[in-house]
Design a protein around this ligand. Sequence first.
Ligand code: C5P
Length: 409
Amino acid sequence: MEKPKVVLGVSGGIAAYKACELLRRLTESGHDVRVVPTEASLHFVGAATWSALSGNPVSTEVWDSVHEVPHVRIGQHADLVVVAPATADMLAKAAHGLADDLLTNTLLTARCPVLFAPAMHTEMWEHPATQENVATLRRRGAVVLEPAVGRLTGVDTGKGRFPDPVEIFETCRHVLRRSSLARGVAAPDLTGRHVVISAGGTREPLDPVRYLGNRSSGKQGYALARTALARGARVTLIEANTGLPDPAGADIVRVGTAVQLREAVLKAAADADAVVMAAAVADFRPETYATGKIKKKDGEEPAPVALVRNPDILAEVAGGGTGERLRPGQVVVGFAAETDDVLANGRKKLLRKGCDLLVVNEVGEHKTFGSEENEAVVLAADGAQTPVPYGPKEALADVVWDLIAPRLG
Ligand code: C5P
């Protein structure tokens, strides 16, 4: 089989050095990568580095090997173009269709998915000119990742940081996988949508060192976030105790307990098109919290732990019981981990919670939790039932988005 052809466009920002790691990941996982740097980016990383790491020739201008018509051929033959880092200048040129070097020509001739990973100072990112250019590119079908928040060049911190290259690589993989499944370019069907995803498992503290928790790893929720980002969505990922690396482009909210998760979900869901509750939320929490470590006492039995109910966040958002959605028109999806009578219990749960879709899977000590694979049935409120065979969690995530997309108003 021919290797997928990826064009890595590099524009002139300090994050260019981090794109070397992205390039390495791409080549080592069997992609044929052609690096097309801008002239300005060579101040940060030289052409020799790109050529050695990619095993392909590197040029910035349209005047090299003119007989091969590189300004057209490179874009035409690509399966994916990823511009990382994308500077404010590059986003402006791409939005306006300028073609004054090899990379901008490539962007005009590419008929494959195009992904931008912007990196710049916060002021430049937030400037209305940049924001309008980003909106234009997204409207035309490009996936433009939101920059991460953190340390920038110099002493500044804020939004504008280049996301983890390993995570940009993951997004590239998702975009390529979707277009190869579609046997053509799969449109980023979640562009302009805000989706909220909860992931992980809550921890309900007993004292400063102990908690009641569960086995959820958060991997399914992260797969949902990564696939939604690759499909163009704005993603708020509310994570509870996962310790997993942040997906490139997501807004991350970190929580510990069910009560904190509820607060974060209600806040983020206020303007969301879809809410997917993949987190395992503790149904109960200890009634009291001991501010000091609970001690064992010689000759005494331990005191019983009294529990109280946690709020049911999914039911609250979906309107289970009341029949009233917090936000009418919002698509609400729940997960149900069952150990027996999986489908019958799933149907009852779907009704009780009031959600549109319920992803039901069978769990056990060594089944699903923490693994890279999953097998499930997605139940819909209209009675439909979609079985998803055993496979990567990202495949299940894509089926969930396939079912959500047509339900969005
Ligand atoms: O009732 P059960 O815990 O099986 O339901 C699982 C679904 O409900 C998951 O989507 C989970 O995120 C959500 N849930 C919730 N609040 C709770 C318990 C579960 O939102 N207190």
